[in-house]
Write a protein that binds this ligand. Structure first.
Ligand code: SF4
Length: 262
């Protein structure tokens, strides 16, 4: 069982104790069942009514806030904890149908505490707009919550190492467990390596459906790649991947969107 689910169980047990004045008891079978219960189930079947949806979104926001607090205090990678301005947890709708995953914060994100706010982030926002989404509709997070450190005086960003990604990955897993998006999009080969542990070229990975824990996963180029390579054919590939995402989400697609070039 993950930490957020455990927090829910502890809160429920404390309520029982308060109400009954007795210590709650649980059979071995019940405990085994709890251990196998995913977070989504512990959030309840709240998604069926508007009130339920709001409740579920609030629960998810509370659960994410608890993880954000742990991330904010995390020093598991001592070198990154020393060099970061702040951690960059994630942004967007805690109840999003669509979640984007990038690799790590860059200099702009480290300064502002929000993922995808630099030039690549602005391009991602434009892609979202073309899909008829705002940043508030979706959820955006990175594999790494701290900016990979750079030698002092040097500019630019470096990709995270496999060890750094493995160390930070459990936080992302918790985020996905809580949000339970209908579709995931991984941006770039590094994000794929961090999420799935798979090393492959984008040529092999992109443009088709993969899965992560039974959630459909689309892999496409990182927006930074499109900034480096302005060829219309590359932009079109990303847009075609996004059209597949819209179809999977059963969103209406206009003729204009079908013909759109980023
Ligand atoms: S990268 Fe992740 S695991 Fe490492 S210190 Fe930052 S928050 Fe902690």
């Amino acid at each position: 069982m993950t930490q957020p689910a455990l927090d829910l169980v502890i809160a429920a047990l404390e309520k029982i104790r308060e109400k009954s004045g007795r210590r709650p008891r649980a059979s071995r079978t019940a405990l085994a069942h709890l251990q196998a219960t995913p977070v989504a189930a512990s959030l309840g079947e709240a998604g069926t009514s508007p009130t339920g949806r709001r409740l579920q979104a609030r629960n998810k926001a509370d659960l994410l806030a608890a993880v954000r607090e742990r991330v904010g205090a995390c020093t598991k990678c001592a070198h990154l904890a020393c060099s970061r301005t702040q951690t960059v947890f994630g942004v967007g709708n805690p109840d999003a149908d669509l979640m984007f995953i990038g690799e790590a914060p860059g200099a702009d994100e480290d300064q502002q505490g929000e993922p995808f706010v630099g030039r690549a982030g602005q391009l991602l926002t434009r892609i979202l707009k073309a899909m008829n989404f705002s940043r508030e509709d979706v959820y955006i997070a990175n594999i790494l919550k701290c900016r990979p450190d750079m030698p002092s005086g040097s500019f630019g960003n470096r990709p995270p190492t496999p060890t750094e990604m493995q160390t930070c990955r459990p936080y992302l897993v918790e985020q996905i467990d809580i949000i339970q998006p209908s579709v995931l999009v991984a941006l770039g080969a590094v994000a794929v390596e961090g999420l799935l542990g798979t090393r492959a070229t984008m040529r092999e990975l992109r443009g088709r459906w993969h899965t992560y824990n039974d959630i459909p996963l689309m892999i496409t180029y990182h927006p930074a790649y499109l900034l480096r390579n302005q060829a219309p054919s590359e932009k079109r590939k990303v847009w075609e991947d996004m059209l597949q995402v819209l179809e999977r989400l059963e969103r209406p697609i206009s003729e204009r969107q079908r013909n759109y070039f980023l």
